[in-house]
Write a protein that binds this ligand. Sequence first.
Ligand code: NDP
Length: 229
Amino acid sequence: MNTILISGASRGIGLELTRHFLNLDWQVIATCRNPELALPLQSLSSNPGLRIMPLEVTSAESIRHLAQTLQGQPLDVLVNNAGVMGGDQQGLANMDPTAWLHTFAVNTIAPFQLSTALLPNLLQAELPRIITISSQMGAFGLEMGSGSYAYRSSKSAVSKVMQVMAQELRDQGVVVCPVHPGWVRTDMGGPNAQISPAESAAGLAALINKLTLAESGRFWTWDGREHVW
Ligand code: NDP
């Protein structure tokens, strides 16, 4: 039985990934900051494969508690999905540095911390995979739009972090990839985005299921294409 842990599973892409992997008969450890408020996630709890656990990704204590609770539990896939857009004030004229730091805490530092905390669990799996939901908005190879300095820089940084981690963990057989999930109709992506959360989750799941060490350390799109850095 395969096990996947997803951060930020209360809504959006994380919730849909949870639903999708449950339908594939995986064990899903769905984490969110406030399980008791995550009603759409709770509505899936009749599925015996679902375990809902609290996790605030910026809290070292919360990560430590999760890792302790999961001690000895093999983990095939970790999806670092929790993310924030970084607020309204991220333009040339109105940058809010405090919000920028928080954006880095959630989007960049937390995926590193969670990955290292759960590494012992991942190393017990046959083909361990660390998947981090990054964004095309952080790609250096695409010159798109303006503003969103906090969000873009946090995603550029997490992609780099995952590239380095992939190299470092290759000898231990761990696949590490940043992935762009598409422009998705969630609270973050907005109603005009191109694809539904279900489409994104289905594509991400297909990708996750075919990744091997040969694809590790490369940046992917939700529909299985290689992304420019
Ligand atoms: P949503 O805003 O719909 O959901 C964000 C999720 O992250 C929520 O579950 C939220 O929990 C959780 N979260 C935020 N901060 C924390 C925290 N400190 N600790 C734990 N959980 C937290 O976003 P999406 O589903 O659209 O985005 C998911 C990922 O995909 C993000 O990393 C995002 O950057 C990325 N992405 C999204 C795109 C899109 O078009 N939607 C495009 C490219 C990348 P809570 O409910 O408690 O707030």
